[in-house]
Ligand binder design. Structure first.
Ligand SMILES: [Zn+2]
Length: 321
């Protein structure tokens, strides 16, 4: 027993002597560990903040790309003026987002290495802390990119506006001409117009509309597209039981839809044949009966492959003006 006790005392004595001799080293190591932890925390917080910005940028980029996808669908964008701005904005957003990866690559690597080493003994904590601080200062000194959705917003608004127009057109196209019990096409045709947001007026052939425009030389109906969604049906020009009345009203609605799309009822896409293009548009997108449209006697209304192509361009590719 006595011998064992002596051994125990001897070991304890050696430990105490060792502790006394290495006390300065332990103290220095503790200081280095504190500095290392502080540097690690600073960098981790900074990286976290930039990662948050990157997450926001990722959402913005996803939104911009979704708007670009939508704008790329045929017929989605009635006026294409803002489309070029959208392309530029999305390309720029893609580049800006890539900058985040470049910015974060080294700091994230330094943090990962530090976290891997930290639980173990290491003799170069000062150097490691220095590396972390260098990354912290470098990251702090760099401006992070800001993805701007500003140029995307007008396109988004135009997409929504176009979707409303398309919904009206589809509703009209899917509603066939119909006669009431007396054989009149008029109630159904008028309902078509009012459902699409138009006001229908009955006027005399001697009347003037659209700020003084005489209706004397007009066939069945007319619109003043630029003054608002109003359709004027002229007394005595077309019998209510004549199926031409339905086609004539769809033609007038076509003027209004082209106006809503392009900001003019006579867009450059229609060339010098906007009445024929309006006929084509009424047939292709508003369900007007071709045989009835062809009954319009004036040449300027005659549907041709070119007028069909222009109507398709206005509807599917959008107006450039
Ligand atoms: Zn017309």
């Amino acid at each position: 027993m006595k011998k064992k006790t002596s051994v125990a005392i001897a070991v304890t004595g050696a430990l105490i002597a060792g502790a006394a001799a290495t006390g300065v080293i332990f103290h220095q190591h503790n200081q280095s560990a504190v500095a290392f932890d502080e540097a690690h925390t600073k960098l981790a917080e900074k990286v976290g903040a930039v990662q948050n910005e990157r997450d926001t940028a990722a959402k913005d980029l996803t939104e911009a790309k979704a708007i670009l996808d939508r704008a790329s669908q045929p017929g989605a964008l009635a006026q294409t003026a803002s489309r070029a701005d959208l392309d530029v904005a999305v390309d720029r957003a893609i580049d800006q987002f890539a900058e985040y990866d470049d910015l974060l690559a080294e700091p994230e690597k330094a943090l990962a290495e530090a976290e891997g080493d930290r639980p173990f003994w290491r003799g170069d904590l000062d150097a490691a802390a220095e590396t972390l601080l260098e990354q912290f200062y470098a990251l702090s000194a760099t401006n992070t990119p800001r993805i701007s959705l500003g140029p995307v917003r007008p396109v988004q608004a135009e997409l929504n506006r176009t979707a409303d127009i398309v919904a009206i057109e589809e509703k009209i196209a899917s509603t066939p001409a119909a006669q009431d019990s007396s054989g009149s096409y008029r109630p159904a045709a008028e309902k078509l117009a009012t459902d699409a947001g138009f006001t229908v007026h009955q006027i005399s052939p001697s009347a003037t509309v659209c700020g003084g425009y005489p209706v004397s030389d007009q066939a069945a109906a007319l619109v003043c597209a630029e003054s608002g969604p109003e359709i004027f049906i002229i007394d005595g020009r077309t019998e209510a039981t004549d199926p031409y009345l339905d086609a004539a009203i769809r033609h007038e609605i076509a003027h209004q839809m082209i106006f809503q799309r392009c900001g003019t009822a006579n867009p450059p896409e229609a060339g010098d044949r906007f009445e024929a293009v309006t006929h084509s548009y009424a047939e292709l997108y508003l369900g007007a009966d071709r045989a009835q449209l062809d009954a319009t006697t004036s040449d300027e209304y005659t549907i041709t492959p070119e007028s069909d192509a222009a109507a398709r361009q206005i509807h599917d590719a959008g107006c450039a003006a």
